[in-house]
Design a binder for this molecule. Structure first.
Ligand code: FES
Length: 147
C-alpha cells in the first residue's frame, strides 16, 4: 500500500536511528576510562623501588630512551649527565608511549614534553614531568622512585 511504510520498513528505520548511539557508547566509555585521572587500580605508575632499566650505553649523548614498561624516560646531556623523568603525562595521567628524538608525545590529548628537561613544549599539559633520581651501577642505568 503506497504512503504507509510496512512494519518491517519501520523496524529497519528505527534500528538505523538507534545504531549510531549504541555504537558510540562503548567508545565514549573507553575514552573516559583512558583519560580519567582517578582511574582507580588501573592507573599507571612509575617505579616504587629502585629499578634497573638497561645498559648505560643504551642512552646516547644528546639523546633519550623511553622505557615504556617502567613509565620512565632517560636522557643524556652532551656532557654525559643522565636525567630521568616519569613518563606519566601530567595532564590526565596517560602513559606516554612515543618518543620522537628527545620529544615525548602523549597519545591522549597531544601534550609534548622535552625529555631532557621534563618541561612542557605543547599544551594542554602545563606541569613538567616528575624528575626521578637516576644513576649508573656496574654499567647499568638504575632509576629510583621520585619524591
Ligand atoms: Fe592529556 Fe596527556 S593525558 S595530554
Amino acid at each position: 500500500m503506497p504512503g504507509r511504510p510496512s512494519a518491517s520498513r519501520r523496524t529497519v528505520l528505527r534500528g538505523a536511528a538507534l545504531a549510531p548511539a549504541a555504537a558510540l557508547a562503548p567508545a565514549a566509555a573507553l575514552g573516559l576510562a583512558a583519560c580519567s585521572p582517578t582511574g582507580g587500580t588501573t592507573a599507571p605508575a612509575t617505579p616504587t623501588a629502585p629499578v634497573e632499566l638497561g645498559a648505560d650505553s643504551e642512552v646516547a649523548q644528546g639523546g633519550a630512551r623511553l622505557y615504556r614498561d617502567h613509565n620512565v624516560v632517560v636522557s643524556r646531556s652532551g656532557s654525559g649527565q643522565l636525567r630521568a623523568y616519569s613518563s606519566i603525562c601530567t595532564h590526565a595521567r596517560c602513559p606516554i608511549n612515543k618518543l620522537d628524538g628527545t620529544t615525548l608525545i602523549c597519545p591522549c590529548h597531544g601534550s609534548e614534553f622535552d625529555a631532557t628537561t621534563g618541561q612542557v613544549v605543547r599544551e594542554p599539559a602545563t606541569e613538567p614531568l616528575n624528575e626521578l633520581p637516576v644513576r649508573t651501577e656496574n654499567g647499568r642505568i638504575v632509576v629510583e622512585p621520585g619524591a
